[in-house]
Ligand binder design. Structure first.
Ligand code: B1M
Length: 235
């Protein structure tokens, strides 16, 4: 870090400068600075969702582009991810404290072979904030992990996340296994992750692809409303 950067006092920056500085700090993996920036923006009346999406997700998008282009490498990206998690840790209670009644239960996890969890964690937080009960299965989940947890927890929704083109096909393994076991219709299946799209979601037989955490919340609500309005099965 240069002397000039050492001298920056985050609280003296205006909002726009602070957001830009936080994106730079995220890039540099500076967790304490990110935490400080998050607290300053909260003190200035920013909503937790805006803080997540602008400096944090915005910063991570730049990290992703430079990782792809070979400018950043895994250790630097891990530091950036760690800084992002520091910010998310402060925001989580604020995102979940709406006191909304439980409107459904979702088990969510990143699929087998994939250790990316930032997006999945963000979805889990936002869903919790919207009144869903969340069972977070973490990363690297095999089909058994999803299905056993969904049955044990009496889940309404199975949520799967994948960030790699090599791991996204595993979502189809889970859905095909559900079909084989005759339990596909027992659950709403929502999928998400940067390399996915609507078409992929349809092709693998998911109920819906969710572009981001906000879409995941809205989609889950829509499907839960449909589920509750479904006529009872004939005797
Ligand atoms: Co990884 N990585 N990574 N990585 N990494 C990507 C995904 C990559 C696109 C980078 C790049 O090349 N540009 C690339 C994948 C390329 C491809 O598959 N075609 C890649 C690679 C190659 C790898 C490794 C293979 C690198 C290596 O080792 N050579 C390796 C894989 C390890 C493995 O999984 N087996 C690897 C490792 C890592 C780190 C460990 C260093 C770190 C992860 C740390 C962590 O997650 N704890 C990491 C990171 C941070 C990234 C990038 C830079 C950022 C991902 C992220 O957190 N984004 C990423 C580049 C990128 O995506 N731009 C990259 C922010 C997050 C908020 O967005 O996850 O998309 P996202 O989630 C969104 C939506 O997608 C959606 O909502 C979220 C919030 O709005 N969503 C859902 C996500 N899941 C959902 C589930 C739902 C609904 C919506 O269910 C209902």
């Amino acid at each position: 870090m240069s002397d000039e950067e050492d001298d920056i006092i985050l609280s003296e920056l205006d909002d726009e400068e602070l957001v830009q500085q936080m994106m730079d700090d995220l890039y540099d993996g500076l967790k304490e600075e990110i935490e400080e920036g998050v607290r300053i923006l909260l003190d200035r009346g920013w909503g937790p969702y805006d803080i997540l999406t602008k400096p944090l997700v915005g910063g991570m998008t730049i990290v992703g582009a430079d990782f792809r282009d070979g400018i950043l490498f895994v250790p630097e990206v891990l530091l950036a991810a760690n800084a992002m998690k520091g910010g998310m840790f402060i925001l989580k209670p604020l995102l979940v404290e709406t006191g909304a009644p439980t409107i459904g239960k979702m088990v969510i996890g990143t699929v087998k072979g994939d250790i990316h969890d930032i997006g999945k964690n963000l979805v889990a937080m936002m869903m919790e904030g919207a009144g869903f009960e969340i069972v977070d299965l973490g990363i690297n989940n095999a089909v058994e992990s999803y299905l056993e947890a969904a049955a044990k927890e009496g889940a309404d929704i199975i949520g799967m996340s994948a960030l790699l083109t090599t791991t996204m096909p595993y979502m189809k393994v889970v859905i095909d296994t559900m079909k084989e076991q005759g339990i596909r219709e027992d659950y709403i299946v929502l999928v998400g992750g940067a390399p996915l799209n609507e078409e992929f979601g349809k092709a693998i037989g998911a109920d819906a692809y969710c572009r981001d955490a906000a879409v995941a919340v809205e989609t889950a609500k829509t499907y839960m409303a449909r589920k509750h309005n479904r006529p009872p099965a004939e005797a």
